[in-house]
Write a protein of this length. Structure first.
Length: 436
């Protein structure tokens, strides 16, 4: 009878609150068993970092550390010894040779091997697969295509995209904190993950729920540099701790933008073309385009007598041709923006409050003119020395450039229904990321 009554209570919702409390308690107990800190370390300098031609004859998984890379690993071992203190350590390492050698170099540098309670060699955190071998010139060609497609989605022939790597790295992180560490027979104060630069960025993307756009702004840390995550039991999450990372700052992130100024005008030809296309779109009179095209044709060919067959024009009832007109208007609007804009680079992108692409004045001190890539300290110094931008002269910020249509930019940059929901989601992400 008691069992039947209990079952009825469960089905009727009488025990819902108790079950919710049990679930929360289980989550708390799981987080209590997780390490106080998780350290993500990139391998030392490898053969491939100094000689890309080696990829034509040696598999990526077999690339080894250079002598400098081994020195870097030893130096990192000394630093990490101080960071872990007397903690019992759980180590996860990529199966690639350069990461395994990095771990051995850490031991030589003083990282306390005697405190390592377990070493888990995990293929999920290996480097992105680029194919068995990489022919000469493939890297440069791939970089050019990648700039158009985007770093996250671009896939070389017979290779993985960053999106593919994200899926397996995401599964790794979920298993690590949800199953492997909480259920291990021992408790660990620190967890060290020895992996690769891109893999680290994608792991951070998973942990802090970065957008694809944010991921593509973040740069790899240097060889044998590390990022430290500290556990926040109050929120039951991990947060980046710059002061215990090396170097002592958040992951470096930059983003190219185009600032459109009110005082700048597009070229006369662009303005005239846009006016013509808009006029035609409104009227639907194909004669407007016919007359304009005939005029241009005469100018180009020097034909003033009007002889010869007239140009042919699509019929207004064909939907595909209207699509071409819409595309032409959009492309001309984009060209107009680019002619009225100046290129800038946003520095330290991760420190910008959410939602980042809705910010303006907060960019002060984070901007340098042009789209350039230099050492972090040099770029920050340039930003400090730059003249302040007069924001009352700014019409808009184009965060996307040629990768997005004019229509898409207007949708992204203008407030509208659902915008407040988007902001709440972004603010939640910012809370999870702590100082991000």
């Amino acid at each position: 009878v008691g069992g039947v009554a209990l079952l009825a209570d469960v089905r009727g919702g009488g025990l819902d609150q108790a079950l919710e409390e049990i679930s929360r308690r289980q989550l708390y107990l799981r987080w209590r068993r997780l390490p106080e800190k998780i350290v993500l370390l990139r391998h030392g300098q490898s053969e491939g970092n100094v000689d890309r031609s080696i990829y034509t004859s040696k598999g990526d998984a077999h690339l080894e550390l250079t002598p400098k890379g081994l020195q870097q690993a030893r130096a990192a071992g000394s630093r990490l010894k101080e960071l872990v203190g007397g903690d019992h350590v759980f180590v996860v390492v990529s199966p690639f040779e350069r990461t395994l050698q990095t771990l051995l170099g850490l031991y030589q540098g003083g990282f306390p091997e005697s405190q390592v309670g377990a070493v888990h060699v995990c293929s999920q955190i290996r480097e992105q697969e680029f194919g068995n071998f990489q022919s000469v010139g493939l890297h440069e060609a791939a970089r050019a295509e990648q700039a158009v497609v985007g770093r996250f989605y671009y896939r070389r022939p017979n290779a993985e995209s960053s999106a593919d790597v994200y899926d397996r790295v995401g599964s790794f992180w979920t298993e690590l904190i949800g199953d492997i560490l909480p259920k291990h027979e021992k408790s660990f104060g620190s967890c060290l993950v020895v992996t690769h630069g891109l893999t680290m960025r994608l792991m951070l993307m998973k942990i802090f729920q970065w957008s694809v756009e944010t991921f593509e702004t973040v740069w790899n840390v240097g060889n044998c540099c590390h990022i430290t995550l500290w556990k926040d039991m109050g929120q039951m999450e991990y947060r980046v701790c710059p002061n215990s990372s090396f170097p002592k700052h958040l992951p470096w992130a930059t983003r190219p933008i185009w600032i459109v100024f009110k005082s700048r005008r597009a070229s006369d030809s662009t303005e005239e073309k846009l006016e013509l296309l808009r006029k035609f779109k409104f009227s639907g009179d194909w004669g407007i385009l016919r007359d304009q095209s005939a005029e241009h044709l005469q100018e180009e060919e020097g034909a003033n007598d009007g002889s010869g067959p007239p140009p042919t024009y699509a019929h207004a009832d064909v939907p595909g041709h209207w699509l071409e007109i819409d595309r032409a208007i959009d492309q001309t609007e984009n060209k107009r923006i680019s002619e009225r804009a100046e290129p800038y680079t946003v520095l330290d992108y991760l420190t910008i409050p959410q939602p980042r692409t809705m910010q303006r004045e907060v960019l002060e001190g984070r901007l340098i003119k042009g789209h350039i890539t230099q050492a972090r300290e040099i770029m920050l110094q340039q930003a400090r020395e730059a003249e302040p931008l007069k924001w009352d002269e700014v019409e808009m910020i184009d965060w996307w450039g040629s990768r997005m249509s004019y229509q898409g930019k207007m949708l992204r940059s203008q407030a509208g229904p659902g915008r407040e929901v988007g902001r709440r989601i972004s603010d939640f992400a910012a809370q999870r990321q702590g100082s991000f």
